[in-house]
Design a protein. Sequence first.
Lengths: 271, 351, 283
Amino acid sequence: MNRFKLIDAGRILLLVVAVAAVALPLLWVALASFKTPADLNQPGILWFTPTMANWTEVLSSDIFAAVGRSVLVATITVAIAVVVGSMGAYSIARFSTGGSLSRFGILAAQVLPPAVLVFPFLSVAYMLRLNGTLVPIIFSHLSFVVPVVTWFLIGFFAAVPKEIEEQARVDGFGRFDTFRLVVLPQVLPGIGAAAIFGFTLSWNDMFYGLILSPSNSTILPVAIAGFNTFRGVELGPMSVAILIAIIPVVIASFFVQKRLVQGISGGAVKG
Amino acid sequence: MARVTFDNVVKKYGDNTIVKGLDLELPDGAFTVLVGPSGCGKTTTLRMIAGLEPVTSGSIRIGDKDVTTLEPKDRDIAMVFQNYALYPHLTVRENLAFPLRAIHVNRAEALARAEAVATTMGLSELLDRKPKDLSGGQQQRVAIGRAIIREPSVFLFDEPLSNLDAKLRVEMRTELLQMQRRLGITSLFVTHDQEEAMTLSDFIVVMRDGEVAQQGKPKDVYDKPNSTFVASFVGSPKMNLLEGTFSAGKFVSESGLTLAVAGVAAGTKILGVRPDDIVLEVGGKSASRGRVGVIELLGPRAIVQVDAAGHSLTAVVEASRMDGIVEGAEVGVSIRPGSHHLFDIATGLRV
Amino acid sequence: MKFQNAMMAPLLSVMAVAVGFPLLYSFWLGFTSYQLVSGGVTDFVGLDNYIRVLSDPDYWASLSATATYVFLSVTFELIIGLTIALALQSQKWFTNFTRSFLLAPMFITPIAVGLMFRFFLNDQLGAIPYYLDQVGLSYDFFGSGRALISLAFIDVWQWTPFMVLLLLAGLESIPKQPVEAARVDGANRFYIFRRVTLPMLSPILIVAVLLRGLDALKVFEYVYATTRGGPGIETKTIQYLTYQNGISYFRLAEASAMAFILLIIVMGVIVLLFRRLERVNVR
């Protein structure tokens, strides 16, 4: 009995340390967002008078325009990814279309270094005179969100019992109607999780955004990087910007956690 | 209401021939049961009628229409699966109404018809429940109701009673039969349970290894099985089969069991006797004697196992005639006249 | 068209446009002298770009730095991740909260994480150096010889949760009977872990290491946020170097060649990973 207690205590200690390790930098940033430049120069002080100056400065800047653009890009990317990906994932899960080649292709597309694809996007954007728009970014985001979403959904589709589809076909529905009316409702939770996951991937990208978005109307991660100027330390406002990027995503992660384990089990573990 | 005809239908998976040149005609409006041991091809045959399995060669007709290449939705059939396949995201009412959506019946009429069917099946109180909140028997009723609602030409049942407990199974058998009589729709029911097959069917098809072993009215198949396989498969307890020589009104087995059997041409054959046709006499004058082994009491009857000359025979004895028949007792064994079945030793076929 | 192919068609079309076409174009670019400023005028220069890249010592230094980075981060992520996953598996209280909280870092945009640590570890403004100083230790996180390690540390902070996720999924999908049987047979926890759990987990461990490793290869944001390749070229990882060539110096063609070499390395690893996955499936 004693040995059990020791291991359990160790386990809990480990988790506490882990939680603290995650929380500390975040807390520090949160605190920093309320500090004046003077206070920021003294990392040791624990008590300080909070100021809203950083918040007002950032919130009244055009950071929300950048947020809006990130939302737009992510939404369009995810919408396309879910439609295209669910159809493809269903085909792969149910019919093993393309055999190992399709699974390989999806895996490969997920791990492609962005450096390989970005220059063609840039070049074509210029050629088609789309370099002032968000279109190149959307395409570049599709290149990694679509494979991930598809891969994620394969497991969910494979879990739908074949009998339900056969029943629908016998009940008088064609194959696509069966997919639409009977199979999709079963995988809705998986699609929700995939959408959130895909949205987060798009939301977080900076590489493509840095290179492909117009300099005066950029997406959020690039805007945040903009606070990192070598001219002076804009730590306060930067902390606010970081929090704006972090908070929605951390909240989303709470909702998605359970489904993520399910999706990864379906896709990665079972190959 | 339609006949179902199979014309030399073959089904292969790669090099494996599951169904070999099947020729079948299921009578219009009848309740046909397809029965056989696992792997005989009965479920594959059913699924080919449904259109869920493609046919390798041959043709299938429903009525006069060749449906061999048609999608399931174009065949005017309904099917009930072993695990009912109810749509988990829909209520009972929506499950029942679902097939009507496929033929574009308007929503109000569909729901009204769903409620009518629910009343027929005794499901009216459950209309707003989801499948996971229903018992096995209730789920099955919903599955059947969903099959009825379109009034198709053919009903297909894939072992729908196998998941129910014994008592429920017997109840549902009766309900199913009553429903089919009322609607008069050609039905094909697949099962591995020969008792179920015998009690339900107007017409029975016994399958083995992808071929039809025997088809016909249940009574005919029971009374005149055309092979040792059918003879032992149909009827419970199993028919006793003995190999031996017939001559001069007697049957003598290899190990010396002698039985009086009149009217059989001389030669070596297989003798088949149903347990009901074996007569046991305590004391008695019969030349063949045996010792009683295990007795199973079934209320009105008893299954008595008898060891005679090295053979283990099974007999069924009326409860009223069980006096003196106890474990270890010595009994005389004889066969009711005219109740014997004869099979060729080499082929197993009836002679 | 067959139903299953019709269902794949939209996916394949999008992938062809978003991945297939750029891939081919990039391949072609690597053989040209294209520069964004030249306005579309390109000469075919054969393998010149590749030769130039492969004979540049800075390129090899970059590969080496990247390899070190990947090795450090993945190793620690694996060890720490496995420990946390095991701890989480037997967790009974606050399961959802702990899991969600511990998974959170992987969802944050990497540039934000990079900037966060840039200042958290900054020798003048950061909390950690300040407290280390109080205890008498002085450690320049971004100094020579240490910057790369600090970057790996940032990677560990952000991506260990991903490892935990994969390993948790793996732990929950391996059969429980062998473990129970071993326990009934009297084995102690460590023995069970080493001889029963770990072998069953090994295919998943391999997948996790390879997935994470391939992702770590692409590190860019942390470098951009903190050291910009410095001190010197110590932290000039491959993706950062490629970015510099292409965007800062406008040498798109050369950058494409650089990227493609990396692609070949990555593809090699993927084929290996895939063979391993197939073997697991067959088993």
